[in-house]
Design a protein. Structure first.
Length: 244
């Protein structure tokens, strides 16, 4: 029901509806459109637009299809993160997402250097990505210092794979700007395809997970989608280069 193409087509308010639905699936089946709108802090018009983008004629059809969708799911342990992760993998199990991965591979394959960039948790994943890509035969390094100086034209035939959950971290945006200035191609992996980083990138892949903050500051959004995306790109990159 929720595929990557339809989720990617949602605007910010509609994503609020989607995130509420995914996190409160047991409640939503019994909610009126007004109750859902109030709970998601949007208007009923936004809920109706969301339903349309999920290929439903209206809210009544959405509730019926959503009930069937839940009945077809394998029962999962009562852990709040499981439903989001399961929904993510269901949303990418289609040719549209495969095409996006193939596009990412083509952006990366011809470059002499691959530099993974991120800060905090994304920096740690950048380190993992660099090692994984090196393991499959594409030597890479990483930058996890958001103040790292980018001041040389050595990046002309390179691609920076920039990881950021929000796509709005000022230091990461500054690094992205410096990479662009020195003619380095940018591939970004974010949770939001309308973020500033996504707009700056030559190519962006979004995994559309709601951000989870502790104390309004510490980002603990699941990074399972990022690990999966890095690994599938790396494996396809190895096959792509091997066929050349």
């Amino acid at each position: 029901m929720f595929n990557h193409a339809s989720i990617a087509n949602l605007n910010g308010l509609e994503m609020m509806v989607y995130n509420y639905v995914i996190k409160n699936r047991e409640k939503v089946m019994y909610m009126t459109i007004r109750e859902l709108a109030d709970a998601a802090q949007v208007s009923t018009t936004t809920v109706l637009r969301f339903c349309k983008k999920m290929n439903c004629d209206g809210y009544s059809e959405f509730r019926i299809r959503f009930k069937l969708y839940l009945e077809q799911e394998i029962q999962q342990p009562a852990y709040s993160g499981v439903s989001e992760i399961v929904s993510f993998f269901k949303s990418i199990n289609n040719s549209e997402f495969d095409d996006l991965i193939d596009q990412a591979v083509r952006h990366i394959a011809g470059m002499e250097r691959i530099i993974f960039v991120g800060a905090g948790t994304s920096g740690t994943l950048g380190k993992y990505g660099a090692r994984f890509f090196s393991n499959v035969g594409k030597f890479s390094n990483y930058i996890d210092d958001p103040y790292y100086p980018i001041s040389s034209d050595m990046y002309k035939n390179a691609v920076a794979i920039i990881l950021s959950v929000s796509g709005e971290t000022p230091e990461i945006l500054k690094l992205a700007s410096q990479f662009s200035l020195h003619h380095c191609k940018i591939v970004s992996i974010t949770s939001n395809d309308v973020s500033s980083l996504a707009k700056m990138a030559d190519f962006n892949l979004s995994y559309h997970m709601a951000q989870t903050l502790i104390q309004g500051e510490y980002n603990v959004t699941t990074q399972v989608p990022v690990v999966y995306i890095l690994e599938v790109i790396g494996n396809k990159l190895a096959r792509y280069c091997g066929e050349k």
